[in-house]
Ligand binder design. Structure first.
Ligand code: AMP
Ligand code: GLY
Length: 421
């Protein structure tokens, strides 16, 4: 099978490695891909970036590459309709249609679907004027949760005790074209990411993971795309995943099918475990990054066949998934200035030394080759240091041993990923 993979982050690098490890996968063609994939034997089409901006371009690339399956990593192309274009070209696609991807593309739409499906989430108000915002902030009280209605790369949410800051963020969201903003109740409790594969009908969950979203230790600083993750979660109630499938994923998938937009791909259920029970914080229409890196590190089931079954409505016939009993921890190495203004062009060394640590592999995200062929930073999250181990503590020790061997000027690393597990 020839698989075309869209995206360039560490999530896509992890997907590429898992796909190549499946004997049924003969070739992985990545666009735009990254330098780490080149070293792994992926056919990287780095000059395809222009084509990816347009859904038809993705379909043309997939047809040209004679793909049997297209896997779309990031939300941007999904929300733009790349899944629809690929399917219209007669190629199975892992990734929902634009209609179904609205579950991520619009927070207001996600809330509407949850209400219709009876899925529990934070109470919220969708606001179009600053007066509505003021009233909603007053109604919910602090901590204030203010969300840009549209896609914002994981950075559109502000959670703050400061009324002024909440109002300023809401006002910035409203200033955007078609601006609307969602104000919601604060959900108190640990967060869990549960990825549920769906072929439109059948739902199959993967192992749960936890993400470290804030830049700073102990949850300080701004939200980021995610600074680290681990799985399994030893503290998680044993029936949580089943509960998420029954009370969250299945009703949501059924509601989307009822609306004529069946969901094919992975539904990312981001939950807060509150004192009143699990509540949905957000849905995403794709794998979480970095959580997918640790989840895929434990998945023993061949990935190509699994994603193809998801894309072709045959998930019910697929054998049960198998996960390694051990643990996986990933720590992100981010660039100086991330997330507000990441600095590019700094030389990266030490990857081989990091990979010499038992159980450690390094995934690329924001990297590039400079004119002299040296590896340099080229984005916010630069690398992921991923480690497996017999338990979370061992995987964590290995991951940080790897991180400490990486050299990148001004690198930002959270030191508390998976601490105390
Ligand atoms: P989102 O983009 O919706 O995932 O939000 C990013 C992060 O903001 C989440 O992972 C949470 O840490 C935080 N967050 C979002 N909504 C809430 C909420 N209602 N209560 C508490 N924290 C939230
Ligand atoms: N790690 C959070 C996300 O992928 O949205």
């Amino acid at each position: 099978m020839r698989v075309v993979l869209i995206g360039s982050g560490a999530r896509e690098h992890a997907l590429a490695r898992a796909l190549l490890a499946d004997p049924a996968v003969g070739a992985v063609i990545a666009a735009p891909g990254n330098p780490g994939m080149v070293a792994d034997g992926v056919d990287v089409r780095s000059n395809a970036t222009g084509k990816l901006a347009d859904p038809t371009g993705v379909a043309v690339l997939a047809s040209g590459a004679r793909a049997h399956l297209v896997v779309i990593g990031p939300e941007g192309p999904l929300v733009a309709g790349a899944g629809d274009a690929v399917r219209a070209a007669g190629i199975p696609c892992f990734g929902p249609s634009a209609g179904a991807a609205r579950i991520e593309g619009s927070k207001a739409f996600a809330k509407e679907v949850m209400t219709a499906a009876g899925v529990l989430t934070a109470a919220s108000r969708s606001c179009r004027t600053i007066d509505e915002v003021r009233a909603a902030l007053g109604r919910f009280g602090p901590p204030y949760v203010v969300k840009d209605d549209g896609l914002a790369g994981g950075k559109g949410v502000v959670v703050t005790d400061a009324f002024g800051q909440a109002l300023a963020h809401a006002s910035a969201c409203l200033d955007r074209t078609y601006g609307s903003v969602v104000i919601e109740e604060f959900l108190d409790g640990p967060e869990v990411s549960v990825f549920c594969l769906s072929d439109g009908r059948t739902v199959v969950p993967l192992a749960p993971a936890q993400d470290f979203k804030r830049l700073g230790e102990g949850g300080a600083g701004p939200n980021t795309g995610g600074m680290g993750a681990y799985t399994p979660l030893p503290w998680l109630p044993g029936d949580l995943v089943d509960h998420v499938v029954e009370a969250v994923a299945r009703p949501t998938i059924a509601e989307l099918a009822r609306r004529g937009t069946p969901y094919q791909g992975v539904l990312y259920c981001g939950l807060a475990l509150t004192a009143r029970g699990p509540r949905v914080i957000e849905f995403n229409a794709r794998f979480g990054d970095p959580e997918a890196q640790v989840v895929l590190a434990r998945l023993r089931t061949p990935l190509g066949a699994l994603l193809l079954a998801t894309a072709t409505g045959r998930l019910a016939e697929h054998p049960p998934l198998e996960f390694d009993d051990g643990a996986a921890v990933v720590v992100v190495v981010a660039a100086d200035g991330y997330p507000s203004g990441p600095v590019s062009g700094d030389v990266i060394t030490g990857i081989e030394a990091a990979e010499a640590v038992e159980g450690v592999s390094v995934l690329h995200a924001g990297t590039a080759r400079d004119g002299a062929g040296s590896l340099v930073s080229h984005g916010g999250r630069v690398l992921s240091v991923l480690a497996t181990g017999s338990d979370v503590a061992q995987a964590r020790r290995r991951a940080y041993e790897g991180v400490d061997r990486i050299r990148l000027r001004g690198a930002q690393v959270r030191r508390d990923v998976a601490a105390g597990q």
